[in-house]
Every structure is written in structure tokens, then in C-alpha cells.
Design a protein around this ligand. Structure first.
Ligand code: ADP
Ligand code: ADP
Length: 227
């Protein structure tokens, strides 16, 4: 179990204006934190800092007490798996798409068994049996995002980073995806970036970012007048 601690983080993309201006947060094992806020608030910058794609001006990011800068790139990628906004898909069924993902390390047979067990577990949890037989060429945007989520979870990442997973979807599909997502990520250490506050009752902490600063934080029902 991993604890991620972000302490007084300042990130500047260009000289002068700070994209993140003193942000602190703690992601404890099994907890889910949502970062919400308007466009330009610094949400993507925070994820970029966690993935070490940008160098902070000051402040720290620690993973179980170890400075992120002291970990090598492969470690960072293994510890934190992201869900991109633009998932790839092979021209086969969703089920086969998932079979092509999953752990590769260790014994080949073991890896395959673990992956298949997780896949069956996934299907059982979500009731997506019917969808998994569908052709990857004809799936909807919502199915594609769920595939991407399933694929990310098959790697069993200690920390799951989700960047606007419902971004490109219509309202109804987005609501359904978010509900499914919050269902299957229960007890998973997750940082969810979204501009929608809707449906976030289940996450442990909602942090509202505005202009690089934390404007509000608390449980969904404790927040006032959020975007
Ligand atoms: P959000 O994800 O909440 O929309 P961002 O983290 O993308 O916010 O942006 C925060 C601020 O940093 C904005 O002012 C944005 O214009 C700026 N910014 C983001 N990425 C870059 C970049 N690569 N180069 C320069 N400025 C950037
Ligand atoms: P347990 O099932 O004992 O809670 P796991 O490590 O199997 O422990 O699962 C932890 C979390 O990982 C589950 O709550 C679930 O959200 C997710 N998970 C487990 N297996 C899968 C899978 N095959 N596909 C997607 N998510 C999974």
C-alpha cells in the first residue's frame, strides 16, 4: 500500500505565473481523492507533476516517504497507472482487447492466469459480459472508456490516476461511466481529475482547485457553491 504526499507544491510552466501555487494533499492507501476545478486551474499540471513530466519549482512529492525525484522512471510508471483521455483499441472484441493487456512480469503462465482471473472478476463485478463480446471497431465512447479503465485496473496499480475520464462523453453516458468507475475503484488508491462535481459523493475527499490554489476541500456534502 502506497501513501502519496504532496507538500506545498509550486509548478511554473513559464516564468512568472504559477500553474500550481502551494498545493498540499495526501493520498492514503485505499482512499479516493477527486480534484475538481475550472479549466486552467492546474489539474493536469498536478497529474503531470505526479508522473514527473514537469519539474516543480518548490515543494515535495513523496511516495511512502521517498522523494519522487529519487525514484527511476520505470518505478514511477509502475506505481501510478494513468487512464488517458484517448484510449487505444485493437480491431477485435473488447474481451480480446483486455486479454492483450495485464501483467507481463514473472512467469508467463502465472501472469496469464492472474490476468484471466482478474478479467473474470471484473466481468462479475460490472456485469459487462455482453459488452465484452462486442467488436472493438464499433464500440461507443463510453465503452471505450470502460475498456481503458478495465485495462488500467488489470495492471493492479498501487495508485490509479484518472484524468477527466468522462470528458468526451454525453451527459447520460458520462453519468453512467462515473458511477461504474466509482464502483470498481472502491478501496483503490485513486486520484480522479474531473471538472464535474456530480456523482462524487462516494469519494473520500474533494479538492477544489482555482488558479493553482486549493479553494475548498472536504467531502462532497461539505462543499459550498462549487463549479
Ligand atoms: P487544468 O488541467 O485545470 O485545465 P492546467 O494544469 O492545464 O489546468 O493549466 C494550469 C495553468 O498552466 C494554465 O494557466 C495553463 O494555461 C498553464 N499551462 C498548462 N500547461 C502548460 C504548458 N505546457 N505550457 C505553458 N503553460 C501551461
Ligand atoms: P479484493 O478482491 O480481495 O478486494 P483485489 O486486489 O482483487 O482485492 O481487488 C482490489 C480492487 O481492485 C477491487 O476493489 C476492484 O475495484 C479492483 N479489481 C480487482 N480485480 C479487478 C479486475 N479484474 N478488473 C478491474 N478491477 C479489479
Amino acid at each position: 500500500p502506497l501513501t502519496v504526499e504532496i507538500d506545498d507544491l509550486v509548478v511554473c510552466h513559464t516564468a512568472g505565473a504559477a500553474a500550481l501555487d502551494g498545493v498540499s494533499l495526501r493520498l492514503a492507501p485505499g482512499r479516493r481523492v477527486a480534484i475538481v476545478g475550472p479549466s486552467g486551474a492546474g489539474k493536469s499540471t498536478l497529474l503531470a507533476a505526479l508522473m514527473r513530466l514537469v519539474e516543480p519549482e518548490s515543494g515535495n512529492i513523496r511516495i511512502n516517504g521517498v522523494d519522487l525525484r529519487d525514484l527511476d522512471g520505470d518505478d514511477v510508471r509502475t506505481l501510478m497507472t494513468g487512464l488517458t483521455q484517448d484510449p487505444y483499441i485493437f480491431r477485435t472484441t473488447l474481451r480480446d482487447n483486455l486479454r492483450l493487456a495485464g501483467p507481463e512480469a514473472g512467469e508467463e503462465e502465472l501472469a496469464r492466469a492472474v490476468r484471466d482471473a482478474r478479467l473474470e472478476d471484473w466481468v462479475g463485478r460490472t456485469g459487462w459480459d455482453a459488452e465484452l463480446g462486442e467488436d472493438g471497431r464499433t464500440v461507443s465512447g463510453g465503452q471505450l472508456q470502460r475498456l481503458a479503465l478495465a485495462r488500467a485496473l488489470l495492471y493492479d496499480p498501487p495508485v490509479l490516476l484518472l484524468d477527466e475520464p468522462a470528458e468526451a462523453l454525453d451527459e447520460e453516458t458520462a453519468d453512467r461511466l462515473m458511477a461504474d468507475l466509482l464502483d470498481v475503484t472502491r478501496d483503490r488508491t485513486t486520484l480522479l481529475v474531473t471538472h464535474r462535481l456530480k456523482g462524487l459523493e462516494l469519494v473520500d475527499e474533494v479538492i477544489v482547485l482555482e488558479e493553482g490554489r486549493i479553494a475548498q476541500r472536504g467531502r462532497h456534502d461539505e462543499l459550498v457553491a462549487v463549479p
